[in-house]
Design a protein. Structure first.
Lengths: 544, 213
C-alpha cells in the first residue's frame, strides 16, 4: 500500500512523461495552456464547413524551459477524449530522429500516428467504397471483384469488405483510380490505397522530395476530415535549429495544410537559435496563431498544484484529506525554499516519486519527513541546508519549520534554546554560569559573564514591533544598570543598536539551528560531532 | 586544612579592617608566621601594608576596598581608571558594531560574486556600501529585460550583461552575482531557462535566458 491509501505510486518514475502519466494535469498555468490549445482546435473546427481550404491551418508554439511540463501538456492533450473525437494527432519527438533527413522526419511523423487511427481510417475508407458498390456503382463493384460467382454464392459486398479488412482478400486497386476520380485527388487516392494495403507507414520510403511529403500529408489531412470528420494535429516536440528540421517545418507551414494544426514544442534557447539560424522560419514562428506561454510553470504555487493533483487523481478511496494536502504542501514548500535545484516540475516529481516509494516500504500513512530526507540523501547526497551550522537533517528542518509558524511559540523556543546553548557553553568553560534574571528588567532573558568578565544581558526579540522592543529593553537595562553589555537576538533586519547594545540578526536558518541544538541538548543526544558545531553556533550569534 | 589556608581564612575574616601582623604572630605561635605571610604575599592571596606604625595584612578581596576607604589619591586614580575602562569598552563595542556591519557587507558582496573578483569586491565596498544596491540593480535589470525581450518575453542574459556592465562599469562576475541574488530572492518574479553561452548554473545546467513572469 502506498501513502494516503493509494494503490500505486502516483508520480512518474521516469524523467519524461508517458501517455499514462500525462492523464494527470495539474497547475493553473498548465490548465490555462490546455484551454488555449483546445480553443484553437474549436476555433478551427468552427471555421470548416464541408471541405477544408488552405485557410484552415493553424500554428501553435509552446515555448518553455526544460522540465517545465511541455511534453506532459502535449501528451495530455493527445490523450483527451474530446480531442480523440475531434482530431487525429501525430506526436513526433525530434530528439529520437537521427540522422535527420526528409525520409526520417516524415517516417517519424507517420509513426507518430497511432495504430487505432490507421485502423479506423482504413475501415472508414473500405466502408465508403462498399457503400458506393452497394449503390450499384460499377467501378466500385470492380474494386471488390464482385462478379457472377459472388451472386450465385450470395457473397455480399459487405462480406468482401470484411475480408479486405481482415486481410483475407486482395481488392482490385486499379479500379480505385477511375472510381474515385473527380472526387479525390490522385495523391489522396494513392494514400487511400496505401492505407487499405496496410502500408501507410511505408510511404516514408516511397517519397522522393519535400513536395511528395507535403502532398502526402495534405492528402492525409483531407482524408481525416472527409472520412473521420477530424482535424489533423501534428505535434513536433524538441523542435530545434537543426537545418533539416527547419526546412521541413518551413515547408509544412508554407503549404497551409488543410484542416491541420501544427504544434511546435521548444525551449527558449532553441527559439533563440532558430532566430539566429533562419530568420525566415523565425518570422513564421513569431506569427504563430497561438503562442502558448507557460510563464510561471516553476513557481511554488504551480508545482504544489501539480504535485497534489497526482495524488488527487489516484485517490479513489478519497483518503487524501485537506489536512494531508496542507501537510504535504508545507513539506514541499520547505524543499522548494531551501533547494533551488528543486524549483522545477520535473525535479520535484522525481523527488516525490522516490519519497512515495520510501514511505510505502515503511508502511507510512503519509509522505513523511523521513521519506523526503532519505530520498534527498540518496538521490542528491551532496545537498545540505544552506547556512546550517548544526547540519540539521532535512527531516528535522521540515519539522521545525512547520512548527515555527506560531511567532509566540517560535520566540519561546529560541529563548529556551539560547539558555540551553549558554548552559552548554558554560559546561565547556566558554562562559560563566548564567544568573537568573529575577525580573530585574523586562525583556531580558539571560544574564551571564563572558570570558573577559563582562556582564552580558541577552534579550530574544522575535515579533513584529522590533524597534519598540529594542528601545524598551535598552532603556530598562540602562536605568537599572546591572549589565555592562546588552545583546539583542532578533529576526529583524537591524544592523546595530544604540550605545552598549549589540543587535545580532538571527535568520530562520539560525533559529532552526538553535531549536535543533536545544532539542538534542534536552534529550541528551549531543554527539561528539555536535560539540564544536554548538560552540560555533554560540559564537556566530556573539554569545561567546 | 593547611597552615596557609588557616592564615588566609583568619585574615579574610577581618574584612576591610585587616589584621596586624603582630597579632597573627601572637595567635599562631606554633607557626612560622613570617614565612607563611611571605609565601601568601608572593602568591597574591593577601596584601601587607603599613598602617600607622604597624604592618597589617588584608585578604586580596578587601585590600582594594580598604585603599578606596582610606586613601583618597588611590580612590581618584581608581575612578579615573574605571572611567577609562568604560570608555574603552564603549569604543570596543562600537568597533564590534562596525566590524559587524563590515562583515555583513562583506557577506553580501561575497554572495554577489559567483567567482571571486577581488577588484570588484573592493570596489563594491568603498565607504562600506556596495557600488550598486540590489534594488537599483533590480530596477535597471527589469528595464533591460523589457528593452531586449522578444515577443515571448525571454532575453539572453549575455545581451543584458553586455549593456549593463558597460553602462555601470561592473564586472561580469558582479553582474551574475546580482542576477543570482535577484532570481533567488524573487523566484516568483523571474524565470531562468537553460541554454545560451553564459549565465547561471542551476541543477548543473547553464541557464542563459531570463524573463519576468
Amino acid at each position: 500500500m502506498y501513502p494516503y491509501g493509494l494503490a500505486q505510486n502516483p508520480y512518474p518514475s521516469s524523467p519524461t512523461p508517458t501517455l499514462i502519466d500525462a492523464q494527470v494535469l495539474g497547475g493553473r498555468r498548465h490548465k490555462e495552456a490546455k484551454v488555449a490549445v483546445l480553443s484553437c482546435i474549436d476555433d478551427l473546427n468552427s471555421k470548416i464547413t464541408g471541405s477544408a481550404t488552405d485557410k484552415d491551418f493553424r500554428l501553435i508554439t509552446l515555448i518553455q524551459d526544460v522540465g517545465s511540463g511541455k511534453t506532459h501538456l502535449a501528451l495530455h492533450i493527445r490523450g483527451l477524449h474530446k480531442i480523440c473525437n475531434n482530431a487525429v494527432i501525430s506526436y513526433v519527438d525530434l530528439s529520437q530522429v537521427f540522422p535527420r533527413d526528409i525520409h526520417s522526419l516524415y517516417g517519424a511523423m507517420l509513426r507518430g500516428l497511432d495504430k487505432e487511427y490507421i485502423h479506423s481510417l482504413r475501415k472508414a475508407i473500405v466502408y465508403y467504397l462498399k457503400d458506393k458498390a452497394e449503390q450499384n456503382k460499377k467501378r466500385a463493384k470492380k474494386f471488390f471483384n464482385n462478379g457472377l460467382v459472388d451472386l450465385i454464392t450470395r457473397k455480399s459486398i459487405s462480406n468482401k469488405a470484411e475480408q479486405i479488412l481482415d486481410g483475407t482478400m486482395v481488392p482490385n486497386y486499379s479500379a480505385m483510380n477511375q472510381m474515385l476520380i473527380g472526387e479525390f485527388s490522385a495523391a489522396e487516392v494513392y494514400v487511400m490505397k496505401l492505407i487499405i494495403r496496410g502500408k501507410f507507414r511505408d510511404d516514408a520510403y516511397n517519397i522522393r522530395n519535400m513536395e511528395d511529403i507535403i502532398t502526402s500529408i495534405s492528402a492525409m489531412a483531407n482524408l481525416n476530415l472527409k472520412f473521420l470528420k477530424k482535424l489533423t494535429i501534428l505535434q513536433i516536440d524538441e523542435f530545434d535549429s537543426d537545418k533539416k528540421s527547419l526546412d521541413f517545418v518551413k515547408a509544412v507551414i508554407n503549404a497551409h495544410l488543410p484542416s491541420t494544426v501544427l504544434m511546435l514544442i521548444l525551449t527558449p534557447s532553441s527559439y533563440e537559435e532558430i532566430r539566429k539560424e533562419d530568420g525566415s522560419i523565425f518570422d513564421r514562428l513569431e506569427k504563430a496563431n497561438y503562442k502558448i506561454d507557460l510563464a510561471g510553470s516553476n513557481t511554488l504555487e504551480e508545482i504544489l498544484d501539480i504535485i497534489l493533483e497526482y495524488v488527487r487523481h489516484y485517490d479513489l478511496q478519497k483518503c487524501f484529506k485537506l489536512q494531508d494536502e496542507n501537510d504535504l504542501s508545507a513539506k514541499i514548500k520547505v524543499i522548494y525554499d531551501e533547494f533551488p535545484d528543486f524549483r522545477n516540475v520535473r525535479s520535484m516529481t522525481n523527488i516525490l516519486y522516490h519519497a512515495t516509494e520510501n514511505a510505502s516500504k515503511r508502511n507510512a500513512r503519509i509522505i513523511d519527513e523521513k521519506a523526503i530526507d532519505d530520498t534527498i540523501k540518496s538521490t542528491h547526497p551532496g545537498l545540505r541546508i544552506r547556512g546550517s551550522i548544526m547540519g540539521v537533517p532535512l527531516s528535522d528542518f521540515i519539522k521545525i519549520r512547520s512548527s515555527s509558524n506560531d511567532i509566540q511559540m517560535l520566540e519561546s523556543d529560541v529563548r529556551d534554546a539560547v539558555k540551553n546553548l549558554l548552559n552548554y557553553a558554560h559546561d565547556m568553560g566558554s562562559v560563566a554560569k548564567f544568573e537568573a534574571t529575577n525580573g530585574r528588567a523586562s525583556g531580558i532573558d539571560v544574564i551571564y559573564n563572558d570570558t573577559s568578565g563582562t556582564k552580558v544581558a541577552v534579550a530574544v526579540v522575535i515579533n513584529k514591533d522590533h524597534t519598540k522592543n529594542f528601545d524598551q529593553i535598552s532603556n530598562t537595562v540602562k536605568s537599572v544598570g546591572f549589565a555592562d553589555k546588552l545583546l539583542i537576538l532578533t529576526n529583524a533586519k537591524a544592523n546595530s543598536g544604540s550605545d552598549g547594545t549589540t543587535v545580532v540578526n538571527i535568520d530562520r536558518c539560525k533559529m532552526t539551528d538553535l531549536i535543533y541544538f536545544s532539542s538534542k541538548y534536552k534529550n541528551n543526544e549531543i554527539l561528539h560531532d555536535d560539540l564544536n558545531r554548538a560552540l560555533m553556533l554560540a559564537k556566530s550569534i556573539k554569545l561567546c | 586544612m593547611s597552615p596557609e589556608q588557616i592564615i588566609v581564612e583568619r585574615i579574610s575574616s577581618m574584612g576591610t579592617a585587616g589584621i596586624k601582623k603582630i597579632d597573627l604572630r601572637k595567635e599562631f605561635q606554633d607557626m612560622e608566621i613570617d614565612v607563611l605571610i611571605e609565601r601568601l604575599v608572593t602568591s597574591g592571596d593577601i596584601s601587607v601594608d603599613k598602617k600607622g606604625t604597624a604592618y597589617y595584612c588584608w585578604h586580596k578581596d578587601y585590600y582594594i576596598q580598604n585603599l578606596l576607604n582610606t586613601d583618597p589619591k588611590f580612590r581618584f586614580m581608581y575612578e579615573a581608571v574605571k572611567h577609562l575602562e568604560l570608555s574603552v569598552n564603549r569604543t570596543s563595542d562600537g568597533l564590534a558594531k562596525t566590524l559587524e556591519t563590515l562583515d555583513n557587507n562583506f557577506k553580501n558582496s561575497e554572495k554577489l560574486t559567483a567567482t571571486k573578483d577581488l577588484d570588484s569586491i573592493s570596489q563594491a565596498r568603498i565607504n562600506n556600501e556596495p557600488a550598486m544596491q540590489l534594488v537599483t540593480f533590480k530596477n535597471e535589470f527589469d528595464l533591460a529585460i523589457g528593452n531586449h525581450s522578444s515577443s515571448i518575453g525571454w532575453v539572453e542574459l549575455s545581451k543584458v550583461r553586455n549593456e549593463f556592465c558597460k553602462k555601470h562599469n561592473i564586472s561580469n562576475e558582479v553582474f551574475y552575482s546580482f542576477v543570482e541574488q535577484l532570481t533567488n530572492l524573487y523566484h516568483d518574479k523571474y524565470e531562468l531557462s537553460t541554454g545560451g553561452y553564459e549565465g547561471l548554473t542551476v541543477r548543473g545546467l547553464l541557464h542563459g535566458f531570463v524573463r519576468c513572469i
